[in-house]
Design a protein around this ligand. Structure first.
Ligand code: CMP
Length: 140
C-alpha cells in the first residue's frame, strides 16, 4: 500500500475540553504524520456541505448544530494506508463500541459528540481535503 492521505476533524466536544494535543499524540504514536492543520470555526454552510451525504438522516440538523457549536481542528494525515489506519485509531463511531486505546474510547462522549471524524474512502478523503486545504498548505 502506498503512502496515502486522509482528512481528520477534531470536533467541538474535544476542542472544548482542551484535548487537541492529547488526540494528536495518539495520532502521531500510531505513525500518522500531521502534514496540515488549522483551527477554525466552521460556518453552517461549510458544515452542511461537508456532511451533505448525511442530509436525509434524522440526525443531520443535530450534527450540523454540533459541528458549528465551537472550534474544530481540520487536519490532513499522511501514512501508508492512512485511511484504514486512522479509522482503526479513531475506533467505532459509537464510543460504547470502540476498542480500548482508540481515540473514541479514550475521549468521546456519545455517538454524536464523538471527538473525531476521519474519511471513509480515498475518494471522500480527496474531496474533504480539498474543501479545507490547498496543496500549498500541506508539507510532508
Ligand atoms: P462522522 O465520522 O463525523 O460522520 C457522520 C457523523 O454523524 C458521525 O461521525 C457521528 O458523529 C454522527 N452520527 C452518526 N450517527 C448518529 C446518531 N445516531 N445521532 C447523532 N449523530 C450521529
Amino acid at each position: 500500500m502506498a503512502v496515502q492521505r486522509t482528512f481528520s476533524i477534531i470536533k467541538p466536544d474535544a476542542t472544548e475540553r482542551n484535548l487537541t494535543g492529547a488526540i494528536n499524540a495518539v495520532i502521531e504514536k500510531a505513525g500518522l504524520r500531521i502534514i496540515g492543520q488549522r483551527r477554525i470555526q466552521m460556518t453552517r454552510a461549510q458544515a452542511e456541505r461537508f456532511y451533505a451525504v448525511h442530509s436525509a438522516r434524522p440526525f443531520f440538523g443535530e450534527l450540523v448544530d454540533f459541528m458549528i457549536s465551537g472550534p474544530v481542528v481540520v487536519q490532513v494525515l499522511e501514512a501508508e494506508d492512512a485511511i484504514t489506519k486512522y479509522r482503526e485509531v479513531m475506533g467505532a463511531t459509537n464510543p460504547a463500541d470502540a476498542a480500548e486505546g482508540t481515540i473514541r474510547k479514550l475521549f468521546a462522549k456519545s455517538i454524536g459528540e464523538n471527538s473525531v471524524h476521519g474519511s471513509d474512502s480515498a475518494e471522500n478523503a480527496a474531496l474533504e481535503i480539498a474543501q479545507f486545504f490547498s496543496e500549498a498548505d500541506l508539507t510532508s
